[in-house]
Write a protein that binds this ligand. Structure first.
Ligand code: MN
Length: 489
């Protein structure tokens, strides 16, 4: 039987400190999750706020293939809110550990929790909801009680039963043992819900699935309370690639989904995060690149395209001959051995200064060394900015593109945005050029600091990086953008 995937990015993930998604953002993420192929989307907690209720309703109305689920406690109002919002199901949890029972139902005992749970499950079913019933903080609870609680849930006709490692204290061995026992004593499908407090969420989830769990919970980028939840992309790729367990996920959609969630939640994915981190398929050229360029399998376990990504080779002080040759070839240049030594030496010099070497830097260095005078296709002739407290930032630019003069003006949310918008208007014939990323560093301190702007521009499959360094941030940004255009046009 296929392992079911419950994604809780919109519920547990949204409980990440500082994260709050709008209804529209939640709908967009839900649609992307559906397209990815997850089976169950836990869309929020209907009872918790007006916004949550509206989001669950809007997602339910989308007619997605996935089951739409609302989180609920064993309380009538939680169940009513979920049903009224149009959810297909509830993920309903009951406290299982002493800590949780004493905090949530002081003075009451385990029997009370079982009785309340059975009533809540029966009520949810009356309201037409499918019930996934979970034992909260089960990993710190008496396992015999967890089994009795889940058994009672099964008898009350809960569809699926969840073991929640609420504070992330499971180990892979215990996860295996526990799931083994649950599978022996229960008939309904068993799900596992893990947190990453000790960095074991992925391992625990995988061991649970290997030991027979029928479903797992995860979030995109592993976001969630405290150290987060098991991360969807890691669990999916480990099961698929390392264990050969088919989970019916469109793997090539993992990276675009990760970027969407990163953008909306503003929780930045660490560069070294498996599968989706910026560096996961980035190689600094020099040490490994010549082998890599010959056969990518030398230094990549899976090809980046598998998860919807592209390989990136960055240059730095380890820059090697093979990678620089590859870049020169793109420009149609060739260098003698001595010229190449000189180009490499100059790139290393820049890298030693702690600078990230851009494609434009390599080109400029190569052109100097090779004595090539390349005619710039796009030239900035003039730039004027108007900004103020009660003024919408406005910019006008005069560009010369292939010898032809263009003058355009535009507004923006700030002066940099206005200037870039004006340039975009002037190059509207090249509308397929997209700004992928924009990065600013102040090189020195103070308001007169030199700022270093690095932009990444994309046209079709080609991505180039370019730099502008000035004391004026608007000029630095415009310079970087124009430099990038020159590489692409
Ligand atoms: Mn949780």
């Amino acid at each position: 039987m296929k392992v079911l995937v419950l994604d809780t990015t919109l519920r547990d993930g949204e409980q990440t400190p500082g994260v709050s998604l709008t209804v529209e953002q939640k709908v967009m993420i839900a649609e992307a999750l559906d397209a990815l192929g997850v089976d169950i989307i836990e869309a929020g907690t209907a009872v918790s706020s007006e916004g949550e209720f509206k989001a669950i309703r809007a997602i339910s109305e989308k007619g997605l293939r996935a089951e739409i689920c609302s989180f609920a406690r064993i309380k009538k109002e939680d169940i009513d809110a979920a049903a009224d919002a149009g959810a297909d199901s509830v993920f309903m949890v009951a406290p299982a550990s002493e800590y949780h029972i004493n905090a949530k139902f002081p003075g009451k005992g385990k029997d009370f929790v079982i009785q309340k749970s059975v009533e809540a499950i029966e009520y949810a079913r009356e309201r037409g909801l499918l019930v996934e019933f979970g034992a909260e903080d089960a990993s710190r609870a008496d396992l015999d009680f967890v089994v009795s609680l889940l058994k009672a849930g099964e008898e009350a006709k809960a569809e699926r039963l969840t073991f929640a490692d609420t504070v992330g204290v499971l180990t892979p061995e215990r996860a295996s043992e526990i799931v083994g026992r649950l599978k022996r004593e229960l008939k309904a499908p068993v799900a596992i819900h893990c947190h990453d407090d000790f960095g074991l969420a992925t391992a625990n989830t995988v061991f649970a699935v290997k030991s027979g769990a029928d479903e797992f919970h995860a979030t995109v980028n592993g976001i969630g309370e405290r150290a987060g939840n098991a991360s969807l992309e890691e669990v999916c790729m480990v099961l698929d690639y390392l264990y050969g367990i088919e989970i019916g996920i469109k793997k090539e959609k993992l990276y675009p989904l990760s970027k969407l969630v990163e953008k909306f939640t503003r929780v930045v994915v660490p560069p070294n995060k498996p599968i989706v981190g910026e560096n996961a398929f980035t190689h600094e050229s020099g040490i490994h690149t010549s082998a890599l360029l010959r056969d990518a399998r030398t230094y990549e376990p899976i090809s980046p395209e598998t998860v919807g990504r592209k390989r990136v080779i960055v240059l730095g002080k380890h820059a090697g001959r093979a990678s620089v040759e590859a870049i020169l070839k793109e420009f149609g240049y060739s260098a003698t051995r001595e010229q190449m030594d000189e180009i490499l030496a100059r790139i290393k010099e820049l890298g030693d200064l702690g600078k990230r070497v851009t494609d434009a830097d390599v080109r400029a260095i190569a052109e100097t060394v090779l004595q090539i005078k390349s005619e710039k296709k796009v030239k900035l002739e003039d730039l004027a900015i108007l900004t103020g407290k009660n003024t919408t930032p406005m910019a006008s630019v005069k560009l010369r593109i292939n010898g032809e003069e263009r003058v355009e003006a535009a507004i923006g949310v700030g002066p940099v945005d206005a200037a870039i918008n004006a340039i975009r208007k002037a190059i509207k014939d090249y509308a397929d050029i997209k700004l992928v990323s924009y990065h600013v560093d102040a090189i020195t301190g103070g308001t007169d600091a030199l700022v270093d702007v690095i932009v990444q521009l994309k046209r079709g499959n080609r991505i180039v990086t370019a730099r502008g360094a000035r004391t004026d941030i608007v000029m630095a940004s415009v310079e970087a953008f124009v430099e990038g255009l020159n590489m692409l046009i």
